[in-house]
Ligand binder design. Structure first.
Ligand code: OOG
Ligand code: MG
Length: 255
């Protein structure tokens, strides 16, 4: 590991814990995508050394809505830990500039050692659910380039899952309305197809990104496929991530 990667990971982890923002690495150095993933790996080492466990992975920037919103045009992956999993509530005091977005999540039933095509990757998932992701960029003004956001674990902060439903198969996951509700009212609306054409395509892309780094998706692992809509700023209220045909994921946000 170069000192540069370790130092960047440490500054991002300090910013996360101290609820501060830092300058985007791209403002002073040219990282490149591979080195940015190495910074992400160093970040994960810091968190596992603190007792957190990896419970899954997230894909990000898999929809046109998100790519446009963030000005980044390439999908990315990040890790999810047990410390990021929410049990129905979230306090704004945990984050600096949080945003929320509706997602679809997969539960891996049989190891996915990629790269696997979408239908095959999906067939190894035992269950699917609606989910919510809370993002919190460690960068000033929530602005970043591709390498910056990869290093910062895809702006990952927290996630909530709805009840798991048996995997209904590829066709049944096409064309489903994905809605973010705030206090019962629709705030953002998209379709499952907005996630990389099909959320299973996102799973497939994740399996390839991991395989290039010698990693697989183990049984029991959770995958967030990426938001179908733009993310919105988080304020106190009741948030629901809804996917047609599935029970919603909900989070009550307090000041
Ligand atoms: C990057 C993370 C994007 C998604 O679902 O598209 C993401 C960001 O928008 O800060 O998680
Ligand atoms: Mg997301």
């Amino acid at each position: 590991m170069s000192d540069r990667r370790g130092a960047l990971a440490l500054s991002l982890e300090r910013a996360r814990k101290g609820l501060e923002t830092v300058a985007q690495p791209s403002s002073s150095v040219s990282l490149g995508v591979e080195e940015a993933y190495e910074v992400q790996r160093e970040l994960l080492k810091l968190r596992t050394a603190d007792g957190e466990k990896v419970v899954g992975y997230k894909m990000g920037l898999t929809s046109k809505a998100k790519m446009r919103q963030m000005g980044v045009d390439s999908p990315i992956m990040g890790f999810l830990t047990d410390g990021m999993r929410l049990d129905g509530s979230f306090s704004l005091g945990r984050a600096v500039q949080p945003r929320i977005e509706p997602e679809i999540a997969f539960l891996v039933g049989r190891e996915i050692a990629g790269p696997l095509p979408p239908r095959e990757a999906l067939s190894r998932c035992s269950a699917v659910c609606a989910a919510l992701e809370i993002l919190d960029s460690r960068y000033r003004d929530f602005k970043f380039k591709l390498e910056d956001v990869i290093a910062d674990n895809g702006s990952g902060c927290a996630f909530a899952l709805g009840p798991w439903t048996k995997n209904p198969g590829f066709e049944a996951l096409q064309g489903l309305a994905v809605t973010l509700k705030v206090d019962g009212l629709a705030a953002q609306q998209g379709l499952s197809d907005d996630i990389y054409g099909h959320p299973a395509q996102s799973l497939s892309a994740l399996s390839a990104l991991l395989a290039r780094r010698g990693l697989a998706l183990p049984e029991g692992c959770v995958v967030l496929a990426g938001a179908a809509t733009q993310a919105i700023s988080l304020r106190p209220g009741l948030y629901e991530g809804c996917v047609a045909g599935f029970a919603p994921a909900s989070v009550s946000v307090s000041a």
